[in-house]
Write a protein that binds this ligand. Structure first.
Ligand SMILES: C[S@@+](CC[C@H](N)C(=O)[O-])C[C@H]1O[C@@H](n2cnc3c(N)ncnc32)[C@H](O)[C@@H]1O
Length: 366
């Protein structure tokens, strides 16, 4: 074969491979974000590496971030940075709901996600005419599922402005913007009137609060008396041993790579809820058998992670994606290993469910 023919063949195969990686294999599970459109939230391209380094040095020792008032106060700003860095990567590789769910036999991850969200709606007894609060709403996957399932009106709050814009775009595309609102704000001090919601929920979000009392207290304040609140909490279980270095390594890995100021223990949640005035109606770790593993999604996604990592590197080399994206992607890959270990050993659950009620007689705000 002539040299020219060989060169053209190699170039053609190369182009086809790039196309396959970026557009075909690189497309999100929910085809909303393509690899070529990855942004780092509202961080400009030249600042991505710096922001990532700042984030990493702040969360390097997660437990310490919540121990002094001064560092605890900085947590929401670093959580905001974290979501600037990861939101598009999550959407690209995961979809519009940023949470886990138990696997369901014969059903896709997408369906399992939806069932996990509709369970929240059913626990709340949500119905048309209800005004619900989604605490830490991400880009609104759960909000849209719950609004569609229950017919209620949902207001979401997130600290990250970029997520607000993504959520509004998705709400609009889904034709749900008249029943799904999104507000940018801090759930530790919410811009809502006392007793202004019929129900509230948080899905894998309150774990970002340095003190759970503070966010639970705010939710208690904005709920009407008699209103219900459901939360899926990230916690360590009774199997966790602080003197087992492998356990400590997995939990620190989860905290560092997910912007968490120290995970709480499963047995702390109900007492914190009572401390702020809630009645505890139900408490259950939804990850316990007969539920099927929630972490298989991460395990099965390993090939996808490698593929995506290559896509990200190629896009960074071509200057389509900003420098620093590879580091962020790598961080998420490592965090996925820690989460998997946490799930397999049973020392961690991302779905400790509590159903709480604000007593009908409650008048005070905590
Ligand atoms: C893991 S994501 C879950 C998002 C959503 N619940 C879902 O399941 O798709 C956590 C969310 O909590 C939000 N969050 C964390 N700290 C916050 C704070 N202090 N105020 C408001 N939102 C916060 C993040 O911006 C993000 O949207």
């Amino acid at each position: 074969m002539e040299a020219m023919t060989v060169a053209w063949t190699v170039a053609g195969v190369g182009m086809a491979l790039v196309y396959w990686f970026v557009w075909v294999m690189g497309a999100a599970e929910v085809k909303g974000k393509r690899a070529v459109d990855l942004k780092m939230g509202s961080i400009t391209n030249d600042k991505v590496r710096d922001k990532y380094t700042q984030y990493w040095s702040f969360f390097r020792r997660p437990k310490e971030t919540a121990t002094t008032e001064a560092s605890a106060e900085k947590v929401p700003a670093f959580v905001d940075t974290f979501y600037n860095l990861v939101t598009d990567i999550y959407e690209w590789g995961w979809g519009q709901s940023f949470h886990f769910s138990p696997s369901l036999p014969g059903r896709s991850h997408r369906e399992a996600t939806r069932v996990h969200e509709e369970r929240v709606s059913d626990l709340l007894g949500a119905k048309p005419g209800h005004r619900l609060l989604d605490v830490g709403c991400g880009v609104g996957g759960p909000m849209r599922a719950i609004a569609a399932h229950s017919g209620s009106h949902v207001v979401g709050i997130t600290i990250n402005e970029y997520q607000v814009n993504r959520a509004r775009t998705h709400n609009n595309k889904a034709g749900l913007d008249s029943r799904c609102e999104v507000v940018c704000g801090n759930f530790l001090s919410m811009p809502f009137a006392d007793a202004s919601f019929d129900g509230a929920y948080s899905i894998e979000a309150t774990c970002h609060a340095p003190r759970l009392q503070d966010v639970y207290g705010e939710i208690f304040r904005v709920l009407r008396p008699g209103g219900l609140y459901v939360s899926y909490e990230w916690v360590t279980t009774s199997l966790y041993r602080a003197d087992n270095s492998e356990h400590v390594d997995a939990i620190h890995g989860i905290e560092r790579g997910d912007a968490l100021p120290g995970l709480r223990r499963q047995d702390e949640i109900a007492s914190i809820a009572k401390e702020v005035g809630f009645e505890v109606l139900k408490e259950l770790d939804l990850a316990l058998p007969p539920a099927l593993p929630w972490w298989t999604r991460l395990k099965m996604g390993r090939i996808a992670y490698w593929r995506n990592s290559l896509v990200v590197r190629v896009l960074t080399m071509l200057r389509i994606a900003p420098k620093g994206v590879s580091e962020v992607h790598e961080m998420l890959y490592e965090t996925a290993q820690h989460l998997t270990r946490g799930g397999e050993t049973g020392i961690f659950t991302p779905m400790h469910m509590v159903l709480l009620s604000k007593p009908a007689a409650a008048t005070d705000t905590k």
